[in-house]
Design a protein around this ligand. Structure first.
Ligand SMILES: [Zn+2]
Length: 390
């Protein structure tokens, strides 16, 4: 599921000025936005991983989901909207809602820029496995402008699309009278960050803007793309009015509140039931091959995570595997050195330059501008860590 999988990449470097600390259980560092550590030096994703095994009443939470579904289930039309990209998580959640909970889900995809063939093929296979699906393609010219601004100003090459994800889902829910919106995992809780929603089954739009868009109000960002666009042109970027939202009052929720989030289990079910196929090689920047195959801009997004915070996709994947008991911290550190601490692969550079309308020099200058000089140093043209993980 794409919706909140993209980790937040704020441009602020305030947090990086202090001492760099690594979680004693996984390999996540203190540069992660909103992360906290307990007295043992465990990050909140690892503390949550522990709580999930011992403290959380999963049976009670599942009953809560069943009750919510009973309350909104329709005999005519769709009762739940699920964000999908053709990846494992959205496919799994759609499958469970339909076949385990007897819901009538409408799967929604917001067209991603620079889509990859495998992602498109997986989406087709997902639909063919028996789902209703709607795809929204906001004007790619406007998405490109916002992505370009996001890349230059904030180091967020998917910024325009991230706004679309929030707005399109909400607008379709309102237009089709769908009372329930189901997202995948709450990345803040599962991977480290704010834990304020860990005991809440639904969240507000204000929370979405603050956490998923780093507090950037889409309306303020839209002003930067000039005056050539009318309000009507910006329909898929403007949040509906509060009046319109409150009329239907759709409830947005994360599946990870109701069931122990297990990406590997989702992968197995999506492969068996929804036709999911993995990459033949490992994904760029990590050792896994079954996640985030929908756009090559995701590789750039994660490289910027490395430049800003000193960790990237492999650190995040390794954390998941450590918490599910499939990897030791020592193994994770070795993998991080191999995958996260690498230059941006050249595979998609031509596509990036064309998309952002930049020369290689301009593109590299943007990357350099976002590199966190407190933790990285440039050697022979390559940004290398100026720290050690032990
Ligand atoms: Zn941790």
């Amino acid at each position: 599921m794409v919706t909140h999988k993209l980790i937040d990449l704020p441009s602020s470097t305030k947090r990086h000025e202090g001492e760099l600390v690594f979680c004693r259980n996984c390999v996540m560092s203190s540069t992660r936005p909103r992360i906290e550590f307990d007295h043992r030096g465990w990050c909140n994703a690892c503390v949550w991983g522990e709580e999930k095994k011992t403290l959380v009443d999963w049976e009670g939470r599942w009953k809560k989901l069943e009750a919510l579904c009973d309350r909104v289930r329709k005999t005519d039309g769709f009762d739940v909207l699920v964000g999908v990209s053709g990846g494992k998580d959205g496919s799994y959640v759609s499958h469970e809602l339909k076949h385990k909970l007897g819901m009538h889900p409408l799967a929604i995809t917001v067209t991603v820029p620079l889509a990859l063939r495998l992602g498109n093929e997986n989406l087709e296979r997902f639909k063919a496995s028996g789902f209703d699906h709607i795809q929204v393609t906001p004007n790619p010219v406007i998405t490109q402008k916002l992505n370009r601004i996001g890349f230059i100003e904030q180091g967020r090459p998917l910024f325009g699309w991230q706004i679309n994800l929030q707005v399109c889902v909400l607008r379709i829910a309102l237009a089709l009278d769908i009372p329930f919106i189901m997202y995948g995992e709450d990345g803040e809780i599962e991977y480290g960050g704010s834990t304020e929603t860990k005991n809440q089954w639904s969240y507000s739009m204000a929370y979405a803007i603050r956490v998923y868009l780093s507090g950037h109000d889409p309306m303020e960002e839209l002003k930067k793309i000039g005056t050539n666009h009318s309000e009507a042109d910006l329909y898929w970027w403007r949040f509906p009015t509060m009046d319109a939202i409150e009329k239907l009052n759709p409830q947005a929720s994360h599946w990870s509140y109701f069931e122990d989030w297990d990406p590997y289990h989702h992968y197995l079910i999506a492969k068996e039931k929804c036709g999911l196929q993995e990459r033949e090689d490992a994904s760029s920047g990590t050792y896994t091959n079954f996640a985030q195959t929908d756009t090559c801009l995701f590789d750039l997004h994660m490289y910027l995570a490395y430049l800003k915070f000193g960790w990237a996709r492999c650190s995040q994947d390794a954390g998941i595997d450590i918490r599910r008991g499939a990897m030791t911290r020592k193994q994770a550190i070795e993998l991080v050195k191999v995958y996260d601490w690498q230059p941006l692969p050249e595979d998609f550079i031509v596509q990036y330059l064309r998309y952002f309308e930049m020369t290689r020099e301009e593109f590299d200058a943007v990357l350099d501008q976002h590199a966190n000089k407190n933790i990285l140093k440039k050697e022979d043209g390559i940004w290398k860590p100026n720290f050690k993980i032990e």
